[in-house]
Design a protein around this ligand. Structure first.
Ligand code: SF4
Ligand code: SF4
Length: 365
C-alpha cells in the first residue's frame, strides 16, 4: 500500500481509502452485517487504514458495520471519519442535539473519538454559511472535549467557491468529488487546500460509474499501465500530489484488490501537470463544459456552470435531472428563466450553445 501524509497532521494514511457507503445491499437487507464487516476487515488487512462513513449510508447501517470491523483491531491501526449537518441534528439545533448525534456515531463505530468529523454536504457558499453558522461552534467544542480530532468539510462546490471556504482557515481537510470527468471544476480548490496544509480526500473517482461504463472513451487513462479503466481512474485521482486519499466505494473483496492495485508503484505529480497532460483528451471533451466558470454573471442568476455540468451528464448517457436534484440541489425549471441575452455564450471558453442547452433542460424539467 502507498501511504501519504494527511495535510500538516502527523497521520500517515493509505492513498486509497474505503468509502463505506457501498456495503452489499442484499447482505444488509438479509441482516448479514457480519459479511459486510468482513469486507472492511479485508481492506484493513490489505493496508487500507482510512474509513469514511456517515449516518444514513446503507440504510443507516454503514456506521454500525464499520464499527463491527474496526472494533476487532487496535485503535491506532485505522483512521475513521463521519459526518454531521443540519440534516442529522434535527430541526432543533443545539449543543445537546449535536452531541447526541455524535455520541450515536461514536457508539456505532465503537470508538471514543473520531479522527475526522465533516461538516457535511455543502452544496454552495450559501449552504456553507447556513451550516457553519449553525454548527461550527459545536464542532469546536467536541474537539476540545476530545470527541473528534480534526474538523473537516465535504462539499460539492466548484474550485473558486472551495477556495473561499479554505481561506477561512477553519478546516484541517476537505472531501470533494474529483475524477477524470470533472477535475477541471475542482482543480483550483485542491491546489488551494494543499497550499494551506490541508488534507484532501476525494470521492466519486469513477464518475458515478460513467468511466468504467465507457471503457473505450476513457482508454487514454490506462496508457502506459496494465490497469483496467476503473483502476486507472482511481490512480488518476491518487496520483495528484495535492490529493491525500482517493476513496473507493467498496462492496466486495475484489474491489479492495482493485483499489490496492491502482496505487501500486504510484508516481505523484502536481495537478497542473496532470491537467496539461490530459488537455483535450477524454470523451467528446469539445462538447463538454469544463467548469471554468468564465460564463458567470448571468443577469437572471442562473448558475450556468452547474446546469452545463448536468448537461454533460446527458452527453455521457446519464440523467440531467438526477444530477441537478441530487448532486447540485438546484431546480431544472430555473433554466427556463434564461432570456437569451447571449452574455454567457460570448464568454464561454468552449463556445457551447448554452442558451439551447438551458432551453432543453427547462423542457425536460
Ligand atoms: S443567455 Fe441566458 S443564461 Fe446566458 S447570461 Fe443571458 S440570461 Fe443568463
Ligand atoms: S464558460 Fe463554458 S465551459 Fe466554462 S463553465 Fe461556462 S459553460 Fe462551462
Amino acid at each position: 500500500m502507498y501511504y501519504k501524509q494527511y495535510g500538516d497532521t502527523d497521520m500517515r494514511v493509505s492513498a486509497v481509502g474505503m468509502g463505506c457507503m457501498r456495503y452489499d445491499e442484499e447482505d444488509i437487507k438479509a441482516g448479514r452485517l457480519d459479511a459486510c464487516a468482513d469486507v472492511a476487515l479485508y481492506a484493513l488487512e490489505k493496508g487500507i487504514n482510512y474509513f469514511d462513513t456517515a449516518p444514513f449510508y446503507c440504510n443507516d447501517k454503514s456506521e454500525t458495520i464499520t464499527g463491527m470491523a474496526l472494533s476487532q483491531v487496535k485503535r491506532e491501526q485505522f483512521y475513521v471519519s463521519s459526518k454531521a449537518n443540519l440534516g442529522t441534528t434535527g430541526k432543533i439545533v443545539n449543543a445537546d442535539t449535536f452531541r447526541s448525534r455524535l455520541e450515536t456515531t461514536l457508539n456505532r463505530l465503537k470508538v471514543d473519538y473520531l479522527d475526522f468529523y465533516h461538516l457535511w454536504c455543502l452544496l454552495s457558499l450559501e449552504s456553507y454559511k447556513q451550516q457553519s453558522e449553525a454548527l461550527y461552534d459545536f464542532f469546536v467544542q467536541a474537539r476540545k472535549d476530545g470527541l473528534i480530532r480534526n474538523i473537516v468539510f465535504s462539499a460539492h462546490m466548484q474550485g473558486d467557491e472551495l477556495e473561499k471556504v479554505i481561506a477561512t482557515d477553519n478546516y484541517k481537510g476537505m472531501l470533494i468529488g474529483y475524477n477524470a470527468l470533472n477535475y477541471r471544476f475542482r482543480q483550483s480548490g485542491i491546489t488551494a487546500a494543499a497550499e494551506k496544509g490541508m488534507g484532501v480526500v476525494v470521492m466519486n473517482p469513477l464518475g458515478g460509474g460513467l468511466i468504467p461504463e465507457n471503457p473505450e472513451k476513457f482508454a487514454y487513462l490506462t496508457k502506459g499501465t496494465d490497469l483496467n479503466v476503473a483502476q486507472a481512474a482511481l490512480r488518476f485521482a491518487a496520483s495528484h500530489q495535492e490529493i491525500t486519499i482517493a476513496l473507493a466505494g467498496i462492496t466486495k473483496k475484489e474491489h479492495v484488490d482493485d483499489a490496492v492495485r491502482s496505487v501500486e508503484n504510484l508516481v505523484e505529480k502536481p495537478a497542473a501537470e496532470i491537467v496539461a497532460e490530459y488537455a483535450g483528451k477524454g470523451m467528446g471533451i469539445d462538447d463538454l463544459c469544463t467548469g471554468c466558470g468564465y460564463c458567470r454573471g448571468c443577469p437572471v442568476d442562473i448558475d450556468i456552470p452547474k446546469y452545463m455540468d448536468a448537461y454533460n451528464e446527458k452527453l455521457l448517457g446519464n440523467s440531467i435531472s438526477g444530477r441537478l436534484k441530487y448532486h447540485w440541489g438546484i431546480p431544472g425549471e430555473k433554466a427556463g428563466d434564461c432570456t437569451a441575452c447571449g452574455l454567457c455564450e460570448s464568454k464561454c471558453t468552449q463556445h457551447l450553445p448554452i442558451i439551447e442547452r438551458l432551453a432543453e433542460i427547462a423542457r425536460l424539467s
